[in-house]
Design a protein around this ligand. Structure first.
Ligand code: PDD
Length: 280
């Protein structure tokens, strides 16, 4: 695989980052995941805008222009012959020399890494037909979840805990209400209405979420942005989540309780279809 590192395209084995890099030592880095379908990048503008916002919130700078970002994505897709897959992008605050809690001096170049991951069945994911099962866990993450940092230890622990129980993922709960999934935004459907938590610092502002709500509104579907509990989700007609890598994914069980009849719901299936149609 050819990867991008700080201005160069390198074989992956030659792409090396310093042991002093703050992404490595401090988790001082932000990232984006975009999907590629038919060789085309989905939601490029959305992901670039959120990257800029994450960096601004952390006072991180990077002098790549929009055209340069586009070019890097295009080069990686072409050089790695990606038809269907993901592009991982990470910007860290760079190499600070000795370990120091303080940010390095202004002008310290960030570390920019991008690589592709070829995937089959992103669009034709068999899980979209069967739905997935989730557990709930307390949301123990920090309180700026709107910034897409690489501090993903708790989401990793949550996915391991779900797997240990034979389930696929976890939904996080704070003050009695669901915040989001370990790596996705979550929704329930009741009497045809789509219910999802409103944007705040408590959740990541999903790019897929923004587009999906727009498409749902255009399709005259009713949307309510408010928090909901696990109990409300368990008694909903449907549940699903969205993310750049899963698009729209039905959830058929929460904490061992079947949602609806325990099979993927019609609204989720229709939204997945609409989302993929609009994106391709
Ligand atoms: N995760 N919430 C969290 C905590 C996330 O990590 C993600 C994305 C989302 C959905 O955002 P978007 O629709 O922009 O992908 C919500 C990515 C896919 C990941 O970490 O792999």
């Amino acid at each position: 695989r050819t990867v991008y590192l700080n201005g160069e395209y390198l074989p992956e084995a030659e792409a090396k980052v310093s042991v002093f890099d703050r992404g490595f030592v401090m988790g001082d880095a932000v990232y984006e995941v975009t999907s590629v379908l038919g060789g085309k990048i989905l939601e490029f503008e959305g992901h670039m805008n959120r990257l800029a916002r994450s960096m601004a919130e952390l006072e991180m700078t990077c002098d790549l222009t929009r055209d340069e970002w586009v070019e890097i994505h295009r080069q990686l897709i072409a050089r790695n012959n990606i038809d269907e897959g993901l592009i991982y992008l990470q910007v860290s605050r760079g190499n600070a020399g000795d370990r120091d809690f303080h940010y390095p001096p202004e002008g310290t170049p960030p570390t920019v890494v991008l690589y592709t991951q070829a995937k089959q069945n992103l669009a034709n994911d068999p899980k979209a037909k069967t739905g997935i099962k989730v557990i709930s866990l307390p949301d123990l993450r920090w309180h700026r979840r709107d910034i897409k940092t690489v501090q993903l230890l708790y989401p990793s622990m949550a996915k391991m805990a779900a797997e240990a129980q034979g389930k696929h993922d976890a939904w996080f709960v704070e003050d009695g209400f669901v915040t989001e999934g370990s790596s996705n935004n979550v929704y329930i459907v009741k009497d045809g209405k789509i219910i999802t938590r409103q944007l705040s610092h408590d959740i990541l502002h999903g790019i897929t979420r923004a587009s999906l709500l727009k498409y749902a509104a255009e399709a005259q579907m009713e949307i309510e942005e408010r928090p909901f509990t696990i109990e409300e989700a368990q008694s909903a007609d449907e549940a699903f989540f969205t993310s750049a890598s899963a698009f729209v994914m039905p959830v058929v069980e929460i904490d061992n309780a079947a949602i609806g009849d325990g099979t993927p719901g019609r609204v989720a299936a229709r939204l997945r279809e609409i989302y993929l149609d609009e994106s391709l």
